[in-house]
Write a protein that binds this ligand. Structure first.
Ligand code: FES
Length: 75
């Protein structure tokens, strides 16, 4: 599932970055080397970061409470 359509970043890439200790939106943007285009992914990334912090090692990206799923269909 794409988290950021503008920069083609998916949830697995995001999880890997979180596992590597990149745990803020600013750091994630720097890690992936992108600037915010439309900004629609910000709330989704924030949700994923919060889910990751709660779940720890058991974190499995999937269906976060964000609009990523809708975005993956091209909004
Ligand atoms: S979806 Fe991430 S900047 Fe547009």
């Amino acid at each position: 599932m794409y988290v950021c359509i503008c920069n083609a970043v998916n949830d697995r890439q995001l999880k890997q970055a979180l596992d590597e200790g990149v745990v803020s939106i600013r750091a994630l943007r720097r890690h992936f080397g992108f600037e915010s285009c439309c900004g629609k992914c910000t709330s989704c990334m924030r949700s994923l970061i919060n889910e990751y912090r709660k779940a720890g090692d058991h974190f499995t990206p999937g269906d976060p409470s964000c609009k990523a799923k809708r975005m993956s269909y091209g909004c």
